[in-house]
Design a protein around this ligand. Structure first.
Ligand code: PLP
Length: 497
């Protein structure tokens, strides 16, 4: 009988037990403590030794099998793989895990901003670190469906014989052909009214929000944010020292009446009108107009984060808020993280013409510009129509995946989770019965190898009924069915106890 590896679990850790077991075995493999071909103890035996349920160990083993660290079949002998996935053997990816766990131990004199980072870095890392892909992680595109062949052909051309301008320092506002391609796409697909001179290419939404925060906000100025809302935005604006004014969301979106009462001095108003994050509401036309009206009265600017507007499954999408603005008050933000892949770190900001220069200066000061060859590849991918084709294909696939999710939830989770279909987005909200805590369900689901973010994690002051974010875009039908079955077991256990 093989000796169980030395594993000690930390009950107080935020990480679920299956994840701790997974990490410890993975590290033993990477450090050579568990060598190739070594047999692991049967899941039952290890579960007994660690005083955890067998499912917890099975989930950890399944994850390691799926990632190629282990071979064999759970139940018929599990072994450390003869050939480990090469990229995991690189020191850098291993170090990244270590880095996240190190708090600042020395006394270091930090700036006000640095002190905020020292307190908040854990939160930011938790929301923006790479995680293993398990159902129902939200906001993840079907990366295995991306046309990498086409992408590689275009990239190879640019890398093989790059013209001199793409190898030198580039323009702070972005590579001109990409700005042209984005402007054309936004005019056709989103009714955005702009010239390509108003487009600033950024390293994703996060950089766009950072630039806006630094350009518009001074200490203790007011920013209105949707509640519940996007943590990436909340973190950025908190870091500037601004006063955060949370504003509730109803079935027409951001509640302008309440915002008027709560904020007398709003400088910025951050909204997600196409598909409110996380609730998924589309902001009504009346609300859009009254929001613009209020911004004009207050001399405030509206940030329109249009992060996944490409995914609409019924009827024509409502045109952007920016397209309705006649007063130069909207800062429109978009990303390629949901349509291409997030690691590309490319997005865009559309600003009123008179603000282009100040944004260009701030961008140049930050990091000069985004990588130029990647921008050139993306520009060609869009202008050769591959982008539009890929989105069209994904829209069809995501709609089917959403249908599967709704049907499976109706069949298997009746009375435990209410899941209604939606006409847009990349996730649905599953509402729990009254009194059931979404944070608790999320923790138990994590033990079963599921990733279900609780709605409460996105609430600033708002107290809502328990709900879970069910991402469906990255998972095929089989994966969705399996996930729903597992979730059924978790919910049955919780609701019957
Ligand atoms: C509301 C919202 N905006 C933007 C993004 C994308 O951010 P980025 O472009 O920085 O990858 C996300 C991703 O999860 C999101 O949920």
């Amino acid at each position: 009988m093989p000796q169980p590896p030395f594993i000690s679990l930390d009950e107080k850790s935020d990480a679920p037990l299956y994840r701790q077991i997974y990490e410890l075995i993975r590290r033993s493999i990477l450090s050579g403590g568990l060598s190739s071909g070594r047999q692991l103890p049967a899941s039952r035996l290890l579960a007994k030794q660690l005083s955890v349920s067998r499912m917890t160990v099975v989930n950890a083993y399944e994850q390691l099998l799926a990632e190629g660290y282990l071979e064999g079949r759970v139940g018929a002998g599990t072994f450390v793989a003869a050939h480990l996935p090469e990229e995991f053997l690189q020191a850098s990816s291993f170090k990244r895990l270590e880095r996240q766990e190190k708090p600042l131990k020395r006394k270091v004199m930090l700036s006000e901003y640095g002190s905020k980072m020292a307190q908040k870095s854990k939160i930011i890392l938790r929301h923006h670190c790479a995680t293993a892909l398990v159902p129902f992680q939200h906001g993840v595109a079907a990366l295995d469906e991306f046309p990498f062949g086409v992408w590689a052909r275009i990239a190879q051309k640019w890398h093989k014989s790059p013209p001199a301008p793409v190898l030198s320092y580039g323009d702070a506002v972005g590579f001109q052909p990409l700005r042209d391609a984005v402007a054309a796409h936004l005019a056709a697909a989103r009714g955005v009214r702009c010239t390509s001179e108003q487009i600033i290419i950024t390293n994703g939404t996060q950089q766009a929000l950072d630039l806006i925060g630094r350009i518009f906000l001074s200490e203790s100025e007011e920013v209105c944010l949707e509640d519940p809302g996007y943590i990436g935005a909340l973190d950025i604006f908190m870091a500037t020292g601004a006063r955060i004014v949370p504003v509730p969301v109803d079935d027409e979106g951001f509640d302008v009446q309440t915002a008027r009462k709560r904020s007398q001095r709003a400088r910025l108003i951050y909204v997600t009108p196409s598909h409110q994050f996380p609730l998924g509401v589309t902001m009504s036309l009346t609300r859009r107009l009254s929001l613009l009206e209020w911004a004009r009265e207050r001399d405030a600017f509206v940030i329109e984060d249009d992060y996944n507007s490409e995914y609409r499954y019924g009827g024509r999408p409502l045109a952007s808020l920016q397209g309705l603005d006649r007063d130069g008050r909207v800062l429109y933000v978009g990303t390629f993280s949901k349509t291409i892949f997030p690691a590309l770190r490319l997005g865009y900001l559309v600003v009123p013409a008179d603000l282009v220069e100040v944004f260009a200066a701030a961008r140049a000061l930050t990091d000069l510009h985004s990588p130029v060859i990647e921008q050139a590849v993306l520009a060609e991918f869009i202008s050769e129509r591959h982008f539009a084709r890929h989105i069209r294909r994904m829209r069809g696939m995501y709609e089917e995946r959403q249908q599967t999710l709704v049907e499976e939830a109706r069949k298997n989770l009746r009375g435990m989770l209410q899941v209604a279909p939606a006409k847009a987005g990349m996730h649905l909200i599953g509402w729990l019965p009254d009194g059931v805590s979404d944070a608790e369900v999320s923790r138990h689901a994590a033990e079963a190898g599921l990733n279900l973010a609780p709605v409460s994690a996105y609430c600033i002051n708002q107290k809502l009924k328990g709900g879970l974010l069910l991402g469906y875009t990255a998972y095929d039908e089989k994966y969705i069915r399996q996930g729903i079955r597992k979730l059924g077991q978790v919910l049955t256990e919780i609701t019957q106890n």
